[in-house]
Design a protein around this ligand. Structure first.
Ligand code: CTP
Length: 413
């Protein structure tokens, strides 16, 4: 596929190098057209090296090739990222002062704008009108991500992560109407991995969680356009790019991080394996074998139930239930008191979360494996939903269920 990648003059231009790589690695032929202003952020040499094609934004370069007409005509897809307020205005009013704006006027295939600018610029009536105009003409304008902006403030206006723009672009080319990122503008906090509860400076009580499921969820949420915060307890896999990572070790640290992160999260997913108990005392020095041959006894105390606290906190705020979606995980084996689903139903009611993702565990199942099978239970009482496959596929199913629930209870502003 022939792709024209227009790069606007915003700080997020540096992220577009990753987007270009995603396109070229997928086998597409990409011509990059940076605006004059964008070359102050990323130089043309970067685009030439990464795309393998010559780069210019002048209509007076290679005039014999009539690039100002040809590039738009030949492109199967035009993507503009970051689409600044200035570029959106130029596109909406049909200006043709450089090669990129000429190409936009000549584009025959789908055109995707991935905006990035300060929140106030994004929300300004002029920008709103330009976006509406472009959408009215059939262009696809993504909702920006929400989160930290270039300065100290945060809000909607961040460039969606390259993987999310890539996913939207491919959906658009396939002719899908749902190219819009389902979690654009949403902030999702995901806990992952397993907590470690120290006994002494060298020992801890841990569990077998690898963090793969939590990381796969973070990737799926990021690719759906969300601003993702990963609360990472001990993990055997690295955190993905494009997500904010908060490292934690113990259940108490995770509790603190989760309660803080929940304050501005649309969704909290507790996929970490949290130790239910911790040693009552942590020795400052290594616990040694004793000469009298008596063995130490470890007393355990209960850790707070973070999921339960998150639900209580959410329900006690002014906006109350409905403004934040809380998702728990349950690892169940089933026993003489009930099967896996019976235990899970009871847990869902006990914890009061909105969705509970149920894993059937045994020693060889789930932990550290790449494939899994889950059932998603909803407190609203809808039928249990099954999902199975790789952790990536299962995570995509969980995230799209979350997006569905979220958009049903609190449609995007
Ligand atoms: N969880 C939590 N805080 C804890 C323990 C668990 O937030 N102290 C969360 C997990 O992240 C998961 C859910 O609660 O989302 C279920 O955890 P699980 O260990 O299966 O449930 P328990 O409450 O420990 O129930 P039981 O021991 O009876 O199975």
């Amino acid at each position: 596929m022939r792709i024209v990648l227009g790069v606007g003059g915003g700080i997020a231009a540096y992220k577009v190098a990753s987007l270009l790589r995603l396109f070229t690695e997928a086998g597409h032929n990409v011509t990059v057209i940076p605006t004059e202003a964008s070359t102050r952020f990323v130089g043309t040499a970067t685009w030439e090296a990464l795309s393998g094609n010559p780069v210019s934004n002048s209509v007076f370069h290679d005039v014999h090739q009539v690039n100002h007409v040809r590039l738009g005509h030949e492109a199967d897809l035009v993507v503009v990222a970051p689409a600044t307020a200035d570029l959106l205005a130029k596109a909406a009013t049909g200006q043709a002062g450089d090669l990129l704006t000429n190409t936009l006027l000549m584009a025959h295939g789908p055109v995707l704008f991935a905006p990035a600018m300060h929140t106030e610029m994004w929300q300004h009536a002029a920008t709103r009108a330009n976006v509406e105009t472009l959408r009215g003409r059939g262009a696809a304008v993504l909702e920006p991500a929400t989160g930290r902006l270039t300065g100290a403030d945060s809000g909607p206006g961040r460039l969606p992560e390259p993987e999310a723009i890539f996913a939207a672009a491919m959906a658009l080319v396939e002719g899908r109407q749902d190219f819009q990122l389902p979690l654009a503008g949403r902030t999702i906090t995901i806990s992952a991995g397993g907590t470690r509860e120290p006994l002494d400076p060298v020992r801890f009580l841990g569990n077998r969680s690898s963090g793969k499921q939590g990381v796969a969820l973070a990737v799926a949420a990021r690719n759906a356009g969300a601003n993702v915060r990963l609360l990472a307890a001990h993990m055997e896999v690295p955190p993905p790019a494009g997500v904010e990572v908060v490292q934690v070790e113990t259940a108490l640290q995770l509790r603190e991080a989760a309660l803080a992160a929940a304050a501005d999260s649309d969704v909290v997913i507790m996929s970490a394996a949290v130790a239910d108990f911790r040693p009552a005392e942590v020795s400052d020095t290594k616990i040694k074998k004793r000469d009298d041959r008596t063995d130490p006894v470890i007393t355990l105390v209960r850790n707070p139930d973070i999921l339960l606290e998150l639900v209580e906190l959410r329900n006690s705020t002014v906006r109350g239930e409905g403004h934040q979606l809380i998702v728990g995980f349950a690892a169940e084996t089933g026993d003489s008191d009930g099967d896996v689903l019976a235990h899970a139903e009871a847990k869902l009611q006990r914890k009061g979360c909105d969705l509970l993702v149920v894993n059937h565990v045994g020693t060889d199942k789930v932990f550290g494996q790449d494939t899994t099978s889950v059932v998603i239970l909803a407190r609203s009482g809808s039928d249990p939903q099954e999902a199975s496959g790789t952790k990536t596929e299962v995570s995509a199913a969980i995230i799209s269920r979350i997006a569905f629930e979220l958009n049903a209870v609190s449609p995007r502003a």
